[in-house]
Ligand binder design. Structure first.
Ligand SMILES: N[C@@H](CCC(=O)N[C@@H](CS)C(=O)NCC(=O)O)C(=O)O
Length: 213
């Protein structure tokens, strides 16, 4: 049994939904609202599953897994087809580097708890917070555009989606939500559109989730 604890707009949950769909795995959803009740991720019940109080968490037959990239690599190891990481070592390192450029170096500075700290503790106004968000979003994506290399592919690193595409699409969703200028990343825009045309990506989109409000 697979159960994903997530939230429709959580980009890290979105990554896991895409990966589960690409693998064709059925899973239950447990909804953890990031805003309601002051943030349900902060409850003692959820912290018992995920001590970081972050989404997502995946339960698999009694095993509890956290961190979206670790979850996706776990899925790829337990259900190896279709591959989400390339067989070639160099390409695999490039896919991981691209995914980490977003998941480790771009997403965390724009996480909800960081934006809340800017607003509530440092008393920044909304225009300063929006400028912060767009700055890190745009510079992070521009670096990713450069990481793609020269070969023209339908997806980030070939003709099949990999972990890189799984991490890119939620980041692009967030970038659009916060009105980031995407004119400097035309290849990412094209790859994002190609991914979102696939059912595995479309069915994972925030706006079609049962908890979308
Ligand atoms: N590195 C973590 C990041 C998880 C994360 O930041 N999740 C966000 C939603 S996308 C969250 O739960 N935020 C709650 C908060 O900021 O309080 C992962 O990839 O799983």
């Amino acid at each position: 049994m697979l159960k994903l604890h997530g939230y429709f707009r959580s980009s890290a949950s979105y990554r896991c939904r895409i990966a589960l769909n690409l693998k064709g795995l059925a899973y239950e959803m447990a909804f953890v609202h990031l805003v309601r009740d002051g943030g349900q991720q902060l409850s003692s019940g959820y912290r018992a599953l995920n001590p970081q109080a972050l989404l997502p968490t995946l339960e698999h037959d009694g095993r509890v897994l956290t961190q979206s990239l670790a979850i996706i690599e776990y899925l790829d190891e337990v259900w190896p087809r279709p591959r989400l990481l390339p067989a070639d070592a160099e390409l695999r390192a490039k896919v991981r580097a691209f995914a980490l450029a977003i998941a480790s170096d771009t997403g965390p500075v724009n996480n909800l708890r960081v934006l809340r700290y800017l607003k509530r503790t440092l008393r920044q106004d909304q225009s300063a917070i929006d400028a912060w968000y767009r700055h890190w979003s745009q510079t992070g994506l521009e670096a990713c555009e450069a990481l793609l290399g020269d070969a023209p592919h339908r997806f980030c690193f070939g003709d099949e989606p990999t972990l890189a595409d799984i991490v890119l699409v939620p980041q692009m969703y967030n970038a659009r939500l916060f009105k980031t200028d995407l004119s400097s990343v035309p290849r990412l825009v094209a790859i994002d559109a190609a991914c979102r045309a696939l059912p595995a990506f479309a069915d994972a989109a925030p706006d079609v989730q049962p908890d979308a409000t």
